[in-house]
Design a protein around this ligand. Structure first.
Ligand code: DX5
Ligand code: ZN
Length: 221
């Protein structure tokens, strides 16, 4: 279980996305937040823009779909070439069927949980997913503070994955910075989304390297 850093372009300059993607060429993924103004009270970008992002990005694309009816819309993002497609448990009607469809289309399938959504109903189904995204803020906006109360859920998710001998990644998203990444890593996260922490920095590459090193050091201890 190595560490991966996925800067969120939600905090990038949307008018200069190609240059903004070039700034994070040393990351493992570019995290793309798709919001529909229904599942969350914010609107970002949709499939046509993601199709172009996949074409110009120097790193694989990790899509986070904060949308209603992912059963209908998520497969299009896999077809567009996103390496990973994560949809919300609260919005999916048939999460296992959808995850199987995403994998069939060649993408990694991710299941996202809002802070108040328990992981327990999914523990016997973890093998159907490649990643569980434990939201560490309420989804919808960048720049919010990390919710400490999500740490026990990260820990329980990682423990269940280990007990079942699975290779499922645990992603955290929201409020991840040099001040919080170690606690999330210590609880068992291995994929770290960071929007404002990376894009708010003059030197995005240095910030990516710093987050990676802090997370790896936590895992070594
Ligand atoms: C929020 C998004 C996040 C957001 C994180 O709903 O899912 O990906 O960009 O932003 P920061 O890292 O600034 O909290
Ligand atoms: Zn996100």
């Amino acid at each position: 279980m190595d560490v991966a850093i996925a800067p969120s372009i939600l905090s990038a300059d949307f008018v200069n996305l190609e240059a903004e993607l070039a700034r994070i060429a040393s990351a493992d993924f570019a995290h793309v937040d798709v919001m529909d103004n229904h599942f969350v009270p914010n609107l970002t970008l949709g499939l046509p823009v993601v199709e172009r992002i996949v074409q110009v990005s120097p790193v694989p694309i990790d899509t986070h779909l904060m949308i209603e009816d992912p059963d209908q819309w998520a497969p299009g993002f896999a077809e567009a070439g996103a390496a990973s497609v994560t949809f919300h448990a609260e919005a999916a009607r048939a999460p296992v069927r959808l995850a199987r469809e995403l994998r069939r289309l060649g993408a990694r399938a991710g299941l996202a949980l809002r802070p108040a959504t328990p992981v327990e109903p999914f523990l016997d189904l973890l093998g159907e997913f490649d990643m569980v995204l434990v939201m560490t803020v309420e989804p919808g906006f960048g720049g919010q503070s990390f919710l400490e109360g999500t740490l026990p859920k990260i820990r329980r998710t990682r423990q269940a994955i280990s007990e079942q001998g699975l290779d499922v990644w645990v992603q955290v998203d929201g409020g991840i910075s040099a001040a919080t990444v170690e606690r999330a890593a210590d609880a068992g996260a291995n994929v770290f989304v960071a929007g404002s922490a990376v894009y708010g920095s003059e030197d995005a590459a240095a910030r990516i390297a710093e987050l990676r090193e802090l997370a790896r050091a936590s895992h070594r201890h």
